[in-house]
Design a protein around this ligand. Structure first.
Ligand SMILES: [Cu+2]
Length: 159
């Protein structure tokens, strides 16, 4: 009986510690700070020959999806331009720096909608984008040349 009580008591302590950790995380959202996030402009690619998989008729328009017709050996390729990562989460009030490197694609004319922050990313170059996250909400990060696949989200959590 004593042993059972001890185990039960220990479980209660563990449960209480877990509850307190959750409560304190919710109660103390971090003070506004500096955030530095690295993003890459990339183009993942896949390919196969027509004897294994049929060549698809189309991909969505906009420049973000690229479909290469079968070559002499019957191999076709598909790729999509992307921001990687494509979801950026910060807290309201943060000073944000996005360090964006161009890996694939000659140039990406980008925009954070709602914040009216425009930028250009060139292959082999690093573009620094600085702004204060003073408006909570979800804002699209677009590339004018590679829609709809090169679309990310800036999520600014309300303080
Ligand atoms: Cu682009």
């Amino acid at each position: 009986m004593f042993r059972k009580t001890m185990i039960f008591g220990a479980s209660l302590v563990v449960a209480a510690a877990g509850w307190m950790a959750t409560e304190s995380a919710l109660a103390n959202s971090p003070a506004p700070g500096k955030r530095h996030i690295t993003i890459a402009a990339v183009e993942p690619k896949g390919g196969v020959t027509v004897d294994q998989e049929l060549f698809p008729a189309t991909v969505p328009a906009g420049g973000g999806y690229v479909l290469k017709k079968p070559d002499a050996s019957g191999r076709w390729e598909v790729s999509a331009y992307r921001w990687d990562p494509n979801q950026i989460i910060v807290n309201e009030g943060d000073d944000v720096t996005l360090e964006i490197v161009g890996i694939n694609g000659a140039m990406h004319p980008g925009m954070i909608e709602g914040y009216n922050v425009a930028f250009e990313v060139k292959r082999g170059h690093v573009t620094m984008v600085n702004f204060k996250a003073d408006k909570p909400g979800v804002f699209r990060i677009t590339c004018h040349s590679h829609g709809p696949s090169m679309m990310g989200e800036l999520i600014v959590m309300k303080r």
